[in-house]
Ligand binder design. Structure first.
Ligand SMILES: Nc1ncnc2c1ncn2[C@@H]1O[C@H](COP(=O)(O)OP(=O)(O)O)[C@@H](O)[C@H]1O
Ligand SMILES: [Mg+2]
Length: 373
């Protein structure tokens, strides 16, 4: 008797010719029924009822399932994915849900968030950008902390307004090879901007759609503290984005960070991992102090079942360089904080998809279905 697993394995060789992934991976296998005599009935869920590739699927499923030992007759039926399932598929595909246009060539979007301010989101965002850049990635930073923007200062940018291209796109500013966009480029220094909901939504939408980001391996989004409007808006605009949650080591901070995680869950954004910041301080004589306690990052990572990407110690140069306008990772890669951030960046690279799915996914392995119609 063939088993469900054997049939499912055979079905991984049935590749959707348009989406260029197997119907198993795409969640399109609704059911597999194996009768006592070894006859197998497979139901495949299509994106639309009138899917022109039905016949090819029938043929491919029959052929591949037929290769499994013990299989008698193979029959194939179809139904249609529910809207919820289609949304999940869209998410698997990632690109499909990207806003077209300016972000079309951005491979990964990572939002750096936390439950509260002052935990080092902006510092980590700018230094992660530096580390990724040093490792040969193309990187942009969207400073979405519209109330407390600090990315321009951390990159020594200020004074100048971003230019506009002939196509009427805003060009991001550049520093040390990193593309930067911030509301800070458009408002008077220290001016208190009162954001009303629709205005905020419009500004963020513009930052994503009217900025010529070009080709990027990573767009890092520096979120404002908390779980408010900005995060919700971005989650709507960027359903494929992933979250990195920053926490300090003490248990109370963890509670706050957990709220950010819950918000991410509510808007169905995936959490890529945790970075613990301000994890201890070592004096020049080598004495170590756990100023903000210890273990919070690991505990949160365990609780959420996501990786702890790094533990970044307190070092004076990390703060000094942030104030000075060049991220520390560029100026002193051997500093312990710089090293820890670089390590976290490598972890991020290790888990990012390397190619744009759909647009240039890997050549399908196994059988390939001809396009019908
Ligand atoms: N690991 C660290 N070591 C030393 N100073 C740090 C560290 N992380 C952050 N800081 C400093 O703490 C302050 C708050 O950091 P910031 O990145 O602005 O936080 P957030 O963006 O979460 O509000 C800044 O002055 C920054 O330079
Ligand atoms: Mg900040």
């Amino acid at each position: 008797m063939p088993t469900q697993d054997e049939i499912r394995t055979a079905l991984t060789r049935v590749i959707d010719p348009e989406l260029r992934r197997s119907i198993v991976e795409l969640g399109m296998v609704r059911s597999i029924d194996i009768a006592d005599g070894g006859d197998v009935h497979v139901t495949v869920s299509l994106t639309t009822a009138g899917c022109p590739i039905r016949n090819s699927f029938t043929e491919a499923v029959t052929r591949e399932v037929g290769t499994v030992a013990g299989v008698g007759n193979v029959s194939v039926a179809f139904d249609v994915l529910s809207d919820k399932e289609k949304a999940a598929l869209q998410k698997t595909l990632g690109r499909g849900s990207m806003p077209a246009g300016a972000l079309a060539q951005v491979k990964n979007v990572l939002c750096v968030g936390s439950g509260k301010g002052g935990v080092g989101k902006s510092t980590l965002t700018s230094n992660l950008a530096a580390a990724l850049t040093l490792d040969g990635k193309s990187v942009g930073i969207l400073d979405a902390d519209v109330w407390g923007y600090s990315i321009p200062r951390m990159f020594g940018l200020g004074g100048e307004r971003p230019p506009v291209s002939p196509e009427r796109k805003i060009l991001p500013m550049q520093a040390h090879g990193v593309k930067v966009m911030s509301i800070g480029f458009f408002v008077e220094e220290d001016a208190a901007v009162v954001w009303r909901g629709p205005m905020l939504h419009k500004a963020l939408t513009q930052f994503l759609e009217d900025v010529a980001w070009g080709e990027l391996d990573y767009l890092l989004v520096d979120l404002p503290p908390g779980t408010g409007d900005v995060s919700m808006t971005l989650a709507q605009l960027l359903p494929q984005a992933q979250f990195i949650i920053v926490t300090t080591p003490q248990p109370t901070a963890q509670k706050v960070a957990r709220r950010a995680a819950q918000m991410a869950g509510k808007v169905s954004l995936e959490i890529a991992g945790i970075i613990e910041n301000m994890a201890g301080f070592t004096t020049p004589s080598g004495e170590r102090f756990q100023i903000f306690g210890e273990g919070g990052g690991q505990a949160l990572a365990d609780e959420l079942d996501v990786p702890l990407l790094g533990k970044v110690p307190l070092t004076m140069p990390l703060r000094a360089q942030a104030d000075d306008g060049t991220p520390l990772v560029f100026t002193d890669p051997d500093d312990p904080a710089a090293q820890a951030i670089h390590h976290a960046a490598r972890g991020i690279v290790a888990m990012s998809p390397v190619e744009l799915p759909v647009l240039q996914g890997p050549a399908p392995t196994g059988i390939s279905l001809p396009m019908a119609g």
